[in-house]
Design a protein around this ligand. Structure first.
Ligand SMILES: [Zn+2]
Length: 171
């Protein structure tokens, strides 16, 4: 059987990109609430440098993701604006998390060329220089020295379903 491999490209963060992580972290620090389901925050930057924020809301069985809130705020300001970069931060640990499955589709149909910030937790090769580092120590290092990368939204959802009225053109 022929192996048609799929390569995912990761990009280094630029200095300015950390502003978004800091902004999302501030939001969750300020507004985290188990009771109201405010467990994930989001900050996005548009192509023209504006920042919009969102926080997750959970009511009964309904959850509205933080990303949807941030996109909603951006749309109020300018429905034609484009997302450049987006990040979500979860919980009291303030850990960067990738978009959930629903948000991957939401983001893909909103702005497939945008980037999401992801935390690389299992890139053991980054710690190969430390020969005395066992698995447990390595995981501890990753936790305390997270590696952030950028990934294109369209790479997060390969072979997507797109409805017939979708305006998204994937290259
Ligand atoms: Zn989501």
């Amino acid at each position: 059987m022929e192996n048609n491999s799929y390569t995912i490209e990761l990009y280094d963060l630029e200095e300015n990109d950390h502003i978004l992580i800091n902004r999302a972290t501030e939001i969750i620090q300020k507004s985290y609430s188990q009771e109201h389901g405010n467990k994930v925050s989001c900050a996005l930057m548009t192509a023209d440098g504006k920042i919009f924020e969102g926080i997750s809301i959970q009511r009964g069985t309904v959850t509205n993701c933080a990303e949807a809130g941030a996109i909603s705020s951006m749309t109020i300001d300018d429905p034609n604006n484009k997302i450049e970069l987006i990040v979500a931060v979860r919980g009291k640990n303030q850990s960067v998390i990738p978009p959930c499955g629903i948000c991957r589709e939401l983001l893909l149909t909103t702005c497939p060329e945008a980037y999401a910030i992801v935390k690389i937790c299992d890139n053991k090769t980054n710690y190969n220089d430390d020969n005395n580092c066992n698995e447990e120590q390595m995981l501890k290092k990753v936790k305390h020295n997270p590696i952030y990368k950028k990934i294109k939204i369209k790479s997060l959802l390969p072979y997507p379903y797109l409805s017939t009225h979708s305006k998204v053109v994937l290259t």
